[in-house]
Design a protein around this ligand. Structure first.
Ligand SMILES: Cc1ncc(COP(=O)(O)O)c(C=O)c1O
Length: 497
């Protein structure tokens, strides 16, 4: 078997030459998607027999080059605006590659991740410091006081926030299991098309049950209607249920609308309920030290926060974080029940629920912090907000399109102008435009259903349509770039008639 450590310098050089070639071709692709290559590649993969005999590395590389890379999506491409997950920030990519080569396992300190353990502890501490969660400076002396962890994906980060809420509400559930949930638990989430499916998934996986997820009405800005929330909290208490958590979306996936977290905090305090912030998109606000209310960073109002640097910070997958305001809440749900883990251990695997072996994802965040600094990241966020506002204006001025909200962050949902179409016809037309664009591969946008909470369409407030979605995933867009994309959207609209 070819192990890299047995390679001569010469072999290593040609190994990296191959990698460079694939990276170069992939990064410099002319369009974000090649539909023909995709169809050919998938047909070949479906027909592929189980490889009984191995092949030389060079053949494997050629196979991957021909049958997988051409049909893959190029999220880094400027004309890919479906999701923000660019993943192509150079420092983070370098760190990701090194993380694979160095193969540190952050389950434990000394034998599997000496040094790397302290990188994760450092980036978690930096994030806590930015948000204002942190009370003392520097890395804590032991893992139990860290108050955060890198995890694989925002879905898991949200699940861990709600696990913290469950442990807080039902401390006996650790030993008694579901029998400890003597009162029916209730989880409060935003209305449909704003809440994320992971809020329902987590409620199921954690034993709350999806029937106990309460949807709160959305106001005319797509935020939780706080009067409705208070009423529903009071109602569930009066029925003998136990409100366990409010999930506030700090930037939903479709419109990136930011909740009024301080406002929700006051309600959560009044009812004694945990406040979890799904900040998978809005977690970048941690770097904006002006994002404060009453002298405190807005994110600091949450008891737990899920963040996804792989969405908004240019880090490749996976790069997700869960933070707890009070570190003891993470320690309380830590993986290990082994009391021999003395305080003083820096085995961060012990405080990371659901995971065993754990990759060195922290290196990507470390490289980002070092390369840009807090100031650089903040400037980049502000630049992207400005570009998104400009994109909003261009869409609003367009003959064919209309934006469906004013952007808080980087996402802009939009639709073809309704004209005389009814809601179904408009949805169908938007879907057709999306599919044609995807097949052509020149500009890739998203498609999803959205409730018109802002009442901008002629179908009644809150009516659901299928619309188009876009996200400005980097600060490198110029006015020309945006106009060129809009031109493709308009031309394709004309072509489909
Ligand atoms: C608002 C929101 N929360 C959570 C998630 C889940 O994140 P991940 O895909 O990293 O699991 C997403 C992903 O789209 C999201 O948009």
């Amino acid at each position: 078997m070819d192990h890299l450590d047995s390679f001569s310098d010469e072999l290593l050089r040609s190994f990296f030459d191959e990698l460079r070639l694939d990276t170069q071709n992939f990064l410099h692709a002319a369009t974000p998607f090649d539909e023909t290559a995709y169809r050919t590649n998938v047909a070949a993969l479906k027909a592929k027999p189980l490889p009984l005999q191995g092949r030389p590395l060079q053949d494997v590389i050629h196979d991957i080059r021909g049958t997988i890379l051409p049909g893959s999506i190029h999220q880094h491409h400027k004309n890919y605006i479906a999701f923000p997950d660019k993943g192509s920030y150079a420092a983070a990519q370098y760190a990701a590659m090194l993380s694979a080569f160095t193969n540190q396992n952050l389950i434990a300190d000394a034998k599997s991740a000496p040094t790397a353990t302290y990188v994760e502890m450092l980036v978690i501490s930096w994030l806590r410091e930015l948000i204002g969660y942190k009370t003392s400076s520097g890395i804590p002396a032991h893992a139990l006081d860290l108050g955060g962890a890198m995890v694989t994906g925002g879905t898991l980060a949200n699940t861990l926030g709600l696990l913290g809420a469950r442990q807080h509400a039902y401390p006996e559930s650790k030993t008694e299991g579901m029998m400890a949930l003597r009162k029916t638990p209730k989880i409060f989430v935003a209305g449909s098309t704003i809440s994320h499916y992971s809020h329902y998934g987590a409620s199921w996986w954690l034993g709350f049950g999806t029937d106990n997820v309460v949807e709160v009405a959305c106001d005319s800005q797509g935020r939780m209607d706080q009067t409705d929330l208070s009423r529903k909290l009071a109602d569930s208490l009066s029925r003998g249920a136990q409100p366990v958590a409010i999930v506030a979306v700090m930037g939903d996936s479709r419109t990136n609308t930011l909740e009024d977290l301080p406002g929700l905090y006051h309600i959560s305090q009044r009812f004694g309920v945990w406040l979890h912030a799904d900040a998978c998109h809005g977690g970048v606000l941690a770097f904006d030290q002006q994002a404060t209310t009453a002298g405190k960073h807005i994110l600091s109002y949450a008891d737990s926060i899920a963040m996804d640097p792989h969405k908004q910070l240019g880090a490749p997958y996976s790069s997700s974080v869960i933070l707890f305001k009070d570190p003891k809440h993470l320690a309380a749900i830590g993986s290990s029940t082994d009391i021999t883990i003395a305080r003083g251990s820096s085995d961060i695997g012990q405080i990371t629920p659901f995971l065993g072996s754990k990759p060195f994802d922290a290196l990507k965040l470390y490289a980002l912090f070092e390369a840009l600094g807090v100031d650089g990241i903040c400037k980049s966020i502000h630049a992207r907000q400005q570009i998104t506002k400009h994109w909003h204006t261009l869409l609003a001025e367009s003959e064919h399109f209309m934006p469906l909200h004013t952007p808080d962050l980087f996402a802009q949902a939009f639709t073809l102008k309704p004209g005389r179409m009814n809601a179904d016809q408009l949805s169908e037309k938007n879907a057709q435009l999306h599919d044609t664009l995807y097949t052509n591969g020149t500009v890739v946008v998203n498609k999803f259903s959205l409730r018109d909470y802002r009442n901008l369409l002629p179908y009644g407030r809150g009516n659901k349509i299928t619309c188009l979605g876009s996200t400005i995933g980097s600060d490198a867009y110029t006015d020309d770039d945006l106009r060129a994309m809009l031109h493709v959207l308009e031309q394709t609209t004309t072509d489909i008639g």
